[in-house]
Design a protein around this ligand. Structure first.
Ligand code: 13P
Ligand code: SF4
Length: 302
């Protein structure tokens, strides 16, 4: 299967991009693995005609918006992020109508139509920098209320959180942090900012998935408790065999991310499916907020 995928990639002039939460088999055949910020930047710069995006739909849509001339494929129709459906473009239009001074920052975990309505997009890696730099003091931050809370701790601006959440990160608890600390007293506890504030406040570090990899790579510490989806824990175990990694509590699984199999990647390349289609006017408007997200203004992410 792996050989066939390599052959089809060359034949069709395609590149495979994969998020850190993909199953190990898919990560292994990917040309590039990363977090949402890195994957968006990569999608903008690749030379191949086809991008096979192994992640959830909003990520593949972002690749299409940033590289509209390319064919962007998502290998599974079940690769959804429920959080992306928790706010709509219509919701943002209503809020902006109610308060003309309101600035809107959308987490990249949103649908294309929502991105078309917001002022700037961000990822977990650059959310704080985006909020600091935006021209305005009152910011509606959608859809993740936990990331909004994390941002509000790091800027003097008024952050109004939308009431969305990630069902995966919401499962981490204070009790799991306490138990991990008791079991692994020398470990650094690192969590994703989508975790609940009561978990975030007990962690040593709060980072995006690539931020976690960078942190581990430059740390002299040998043990780490990881509070994010299990795919990232598996990547760390593979890439840093000399260090030890423990999931915070039971492994947490994102079913949308895990819906993509090696067979799906093969079928995607063979039958050129499933193509991401976004109306041109939505691409044009969403591009403005996404271009800001990947611009140098907000740094390389954390
Ligand atoms: P990252 O940008 O940190 O990879 O996070 C994406 C995501 O969906 C987290 O649940
Ligand atoms: Fe969405 Fe949560 Fe899955 Fe990330 S882990 S893609 S936020 S459901």
């Amino acid at each position: 299967m792996t050989d066939e995928i390599s052959r089809l990639k060359k034949e069709k002039d395609a590149i495979i991009l994969a998020h850190n939460y993909q199953i190990p088999e898919v990560q292994k055949i990917a040309d590039f693995i990363g977090d949402s910020l890195d994957l968006s930047k990569k999608a903008q710069s690749v030379s191949q005609k086809i991008i096979v995006f192994c992640g959830v739909k909003f990520m593949a849509e972002s690749a299409k918006i940033l590289s509209p001339e390319k064919t962007v494929l998502i290998p599974s129709l079940n690769a959804d992020c429920p959080m992306a459906d928790m706010v709509t473009g219509e919701d943002l239009r209503k809020e902006k109508k109610r308060d003309k001074a309101l600035k809107t920052v959308c987490y990249v975990n949103t649908n294309a139509e929502t991105k078309a309505e917001c002022d700037v997009c961000c990822t977990s890696a650059n959310a704080v920098e985006v909020a600091k730099h935006i021209d305005g003091d009152k910011i509606l931050f959608a859809p993740d209320e936990n990331l909004a809370h994390w941002v509000s701790l790091h800027t003097k601006k008024r952050i109004i959180p939308w009431k969305g959440f990630c069902y995966v990160h919401k499962q981490f608890t204070r009790e799991e942090v306490a138990q991990s600390r008791a079991e692994h007293p020398d470990a650094v506890v690192i969590v994703h900012p989508e975790c609940k504030p009561e978990v975030v406040e007990l962690a040593n570090e709060v980072l995006s998935t690539n931020g976690m990899i960078r942190y581990v790579s430059s740390s002299e510490k040998k043990e780490f408790v990881i509070g994010t989806e299990y795919g990232l824990v598996q990547r760390l175990i593979r890439e840093f065999p000399e260090k030890r990694f423990y999931s915070l509590g039971t492994p947490k699984i994102c079913h949308g991310m895990k819906s993509i199999t090696l067979q799906d990647v093969y079928n995607s390349l063979k039958y050129i499916r499933y193509e991401i289609q976004i109306p041109e006017d939505i691409i044009k408007r969403a591009r403005k907020s996404l271009d800001k997200m990947v611009s140098k203004t907000y740094g390389d992410g954390a």
